[in-house]
Design a protein around this ligand. Structure first.
Ligand SMILES: C[S@@+](CC[C@H](N)C(=O)[O-])C[C@H]1O[C@@H](n2cnc3c(N)ncnc32)[C@H](O)[C@@H]1O
Length: 210
């Protein structure tokens, strides 16, 4: 049953859009890499779809940058009138501080727990059932995150990763894992020149009822 809190409003959506625009400018000025706008739209759509009929949506993001992709994920959840509960990790303190500053400026600080640290260790402390995981960090670590986080993702939960096209050698084992049809339903899309993989977690067979 849904609570009576109304998250979605034109005012809040407008603020989230302004936050996205401001973070886009800041990341470009400071030469801090971020997903392109077109991939942000896809993240928003996936987050929106995953949030339908859910009161709270749990997201883990690995690789915050200045929080640009975080803001798109948050916007999708808000547009579905759900409450975002996002943990976003980056080991670059300056970037996390920028993200914190701008989310606070627009009143969204309660929706995101920005954490400074090495995601390889920080993810081990995340013990909530995850609806969405977004990976956008060092490519050699993608398989590790995928393996460690699969059990924390709910059945039907979504694993998204960026830069699928540019790093074929480093991502070979990761790509082989997400195309394991007993575990994931995956597609790769050319949302930008780097590409996004989108994988839906399939219920483990050993847990499935016959
Ligand atoms: C491409 S940027 C992220 C951009 C962000 N997702 C966006 O689109 O706005 C990658 C980030 O991952 C962070 N990173 C890479 N490996 C990491 C690790 N093991 N732990 C924490 N942060 C990491 C880097 O500091 C960098 O800020």
């Amino acid at each position: 049953m849904r609570g009576s809190i109304i998250i979605r409003s034109n005012l809040i959506i407008d603020k989230a859009r302004k936050l996205i625009t401001e973070l886009e400018i800041i990341s470009d000025e400071k030469l801090i890499s971020r997903i392109p706008f077109t991939s942000g739209e896809i993240l928003k759509l996936i987050a929106f779809h995953r949030s339908i009929n859910k009161s709270i949506v749990n997201v883990l993001e690995i690789g915050t940058g200045v929080g640009y992709s975080t803001a798109w994920l948050m916007l999708g959840i808000i547009e579905a009138n759900s409450i975002p509960n996002i943990v976003s990790i980056d080991w670059n303190r300056e970037r996390i501080e920028i993200a914190r500053k701008y989310f606070k400026k627009y009143g969204f600080e309660t929706f995101v727990d920005f954490r400074v640290g090495d995601a390889r260790y920080e993810i081990l402390k995340v013990n909530i059932p995850l609806d969405i995981v977004f990976i956008d960090s060092i490519k050699e670590e993608y398989l590790y995150y995928c393996e460690k986080l699969r059990d924390k993702l709910v059945d039907g939960g979504i694993l998204i990763s960026h830069n699928i096209f540019g790093f074929k050698a480093q991502l070979k084992d990761f790509i082989s894992e997400i195309f394991n049809k007993d575990r994931w339903i995956t597609t790769i899309i050319e949302s930008d020149k780097e590409g996004l993989s989108i994988s839906v977690k399939i219920k483990s067979k050993r847990n499935a009822k016959s």
